[in-house]
Design a protein around this ligand. Structure first.
Ligand SMILES: NC(=O)c1ccc[n+]([C@@H]2O[C@H](COP(=O)([O-])OP(=O)(O)OC[C@H]3O[C@@H](n4cnc5c(N)ncnc54)[C@H](O)[C@@H]3O)[C@@H](O)[C@H]2O)c1
Length: 438
C-alpha cells in the first residue's frame, strides 16, 4: 500500500507521486524506465539547466504526466506537498545534501550512485534515513538484476565454482571526448556560480573534476566492487591502489586506475583471504565490463551485458545435480600421460641447456572446462535499471525489501572511496568493520 503524501493525512492515493532531481542523461533514462512501471506518477522535475528541464518535462507531457518544473530542489520541496518519493540523479557532490533534505521532507529517495564523494557524506545519508524512517535505495542496479541473483545462486547454493579463491572485475570504456553544449543552451554564469560551477565545461564534464566527483574508480568501479562484496558476503579488510591522470591533460581526476582488495571469505566453515582486483580504463574498451569469480572448481563471469560471461567447471570437478548428465562426456578428454613432465636429475645432465618448461604435454586439457553459456534468468529482458526502480517502488508500497538500502550502499561507497584514498596515499590501507557503518 502506498504511504500517505506528506500533507494529506491518511488519504491513500493509487499512485506514488514522484519528483526527479537531475534530469540529465541518466535522470532521463530513469524517467523513461519509470514510465514502464505501473502506479508511478511524476509530479515535478528539478534541474538547474533549462535544457534538461524542457527535455524531461516534454517527455512527461507527451506521456500524459504534466509536471511542475523547478531550478532549485529547496523551492520544489517547499511547494510540492504531495510527493512520496524523489529520484536524485544530479552530479555526485550534491547527493548527500539533496538526499538528506528530501528525507527530512518526508520523501523516500532513490539515490543514484555514488552516494557522496566523501565517506562522511555517505554516512550522513544513512543517518538521515535511519532518523526519518524513510527508504533510500542506492542506485546499484546490479543488486536487483535477476541475472546477478541467478549468478549468486550458482556460486552459493549450486556451488558452481567451489571455494572462491580469487576475484576480479574491470570497467574498460571508450576514449573520452569532453561534452559540449550549444551556445544558446548555456546556463547564465550567475546561475552556474549559485550551484558551485565556474563554467559550463565544469557543469557538463563534472565527472572529471574533483570538486564534483571522486573519479572513475568510484563512478564505475564502485558498482563492481559492490558486486564483489555482495558475492563474497563481506566488506574488504584492506585495499591498495594505483592510478593517475596518465592520458588526458584537460581535467583533474584519474583516467586509469586499479586497486587490489582483500576480503575474509567464509566457505564450508573455514575463513580464508580472497584477493581481488578492480581496474578502470577510459581510453579503450578492451573486454568491456564484467566481474569474475574464480574458485577451486571453476569460474563464473557475469556482466550487465547479458551476452557476456558464462560458467566453466573444471574437468575434475564433481558433476553437480543441476549439470546435464552428459556434461562430462561431452568435453574433450584430457590427453593421457603425466600432467607435469618428470625432469631428469640435474647432476646427471651433460647438456647445459635444460628445458625447465613444466607445461603438460598438451595445452588441450587446460581448455577442457565444462563450459556453460552466459547466466540467464527468467523475466530478465527489461533494462537493468528497471528492476532496481521497481524494487524501490515495491518497497515504498511495503511489498518488498530494498535490495540496496543506504547501509548496503555505504559499504560499496566506503570500499571504493578508500581505494581512491589508498591511491592518493600510495600505500595499503587496513579497513575495519566499523569503517563501513554510520
Ligand atoms: N547507476 C548507473 O548505472 C548510472 C549511470 C549513469 C549515471 N549515474 C549517476 O547519475 C547521476 C547523473 O549522471 P548523468 O550522467 O545523468 O549526468 P548529467 O551531467 O548528464 O546530468 C546531470 C543533470 O543534473 C543537473 N544538475 C547539475 N547540478 C544540479 C543541481 N545542483 N541541482 C539540480 N540539478 C543539477 C544538470 O543540469 C544535468 O541535467 C550521477 O550521480 C551518476 O553517477 C548512474
Amino acid at each position: 500500500m502506498c504511504p500517505a503524501p506528506r500533507n494529506q493525512g491518511s488519504r491513500m492515493p493509487e499512485d506514488i507521486h514522484l519528483a526527479l532531481i537531475g534530469a540529465g542523461r541518466h535522470g532521463r533514462d530513469l524517467l523513461n524506465y519509470c514510465l514502464d512501471i505501473p502506479g508511478v506518477r511524476f509530479r515535478a522535475v528539478c534541474d538547474i539547466w533549462p535544457y534538461s528541464q524542457r527535455y524531461a518535462a516534454g517527455i512527461l507531457k507527451r506521456r500524459g504526466q504534466p509536471v511542475a518544473v523547478y531550478e532549485d530542489y529547496r523551492d520544489m520541496l517547499s511547494r510540492e506537498k504531495d510527493l512520496h518519493a524523489a529520484i536524485i540523479a544530479t552530479p555526485d557532490v550534491f547527493h548527500p545534501e539533496q538526499a538528506v533534505a528530501c528525507l527530512r521532507a518526508g520523501l523516500h529517495v532513490y539515490l543514484e550512485k555514488e552516494m557522496a564523494i566523501t565517506v562522511e557524506g555517505a554516512r550522513q545519508v544513512v543517518r538521515a534515513a535511519r532518523e526519518t524512517g524513510r527508504l533510500v535505495q542506492v542506485g546499484r542496479q546490479h543488486r536487483s538484476n535477476p541475472r546477478y541473483h541467478a549468478a549468486y545462486e550458482f556460486i552459493h547454493e549450486k556451488q558452481a565454482v567451489g571455494r572462491i579463491t580469487n576475484v576480479f572485475a574491470q570497467w574498460h570504456g571508450h576514449k573520452r571526448v569532453p561534452y559540449k553544449w550549444p551556445e544558446k543552451e548555456a546556463i547564465p554564469p550567475e546561475t552556474l556560480r549559485r550551484y558551485g560551477y565556474n563554467s559550463m565545461d565544469e557543469h557538463r564534464n563534472w565527472r572529471w573534476f574533483a570538486r564534483f566527483s571522486a573519479g572513475e574508480l568510484v563512478n564505475l568501479g564502485a558498482h563492481q566492487i559492490d558486486v564483489l562484496n555482495w558475492f563474497l558476503r563481506a566488506v574488504p579488510k584492506g585495499v591498495m591502489a594505483s592510478g593517475g591522470l596518465d592520458y588526458y591533460d584537460f581535467y583533474d581526476l584519474h583516467d586509469v586506475a586499479q586497486c587490489v582488495l582483500e576480503w575474509d571469505f567464509t566457505w564450508d566453515g573455514a575463513t580464508k583471504t580472497v584477493r581481488g582486483a578492480e581496474r578502470v580504463n577510459t581510453t579503450t574498451d578492451h573486454g568491456g565490463f564484467y566481474e569474475v569469480f574464480q574458485g577451486d572448481q571453476g569460474y563464473l563471469e557475469i556482466s550487465e551485458d547479458s551476452n557476456k560471461g558464462g560458467l566453466c567447471r573444471n574437468t575434475d570437478a564433481p558433476l553437480r545435480p543441476w549439470e546435464p548428465k552428459d556434461a562430462v562426456t561431452a568435453i574433450v578428454a584430457r590427453p593421457a600421460g603425466p600432467s607435469v613432465e618428470i625432469l631428469p636429475d640435474l647432476d646427471k645432465l651433460t647438456d647445459p641447456v635444460i628445458d625447465l618448461d613444466l607445461r603438460p604435454p598438451s595445452w588441450e586439457w587446460m581448455k577442457t572446462f565444462r563450459r556453460y553459456p552466459p547466466i540467464k534468468a527468467a523475466n530478465s529482458d527489461k533494462p537493468v535499471h528497471w528492476y532496481h526502480l521497481k524494487n524501490f517502488f515495491d518497497a515504498v508500497r511495503g511489498e518488498a525489501k530494498l535490495t540496496c538500502p543506504a547501509e548496503v550502499g555505504l559499504q560499496g561507497a566506503v570500499s571504493a572511496l578508500k581505494a581512491v584514498e589508498a591511491m592518493a596515499l600510495g600505500r595499503r590501507l587496513d579497513l575495519r568493520p566499523e569503517d563501513f557503518i554510520a
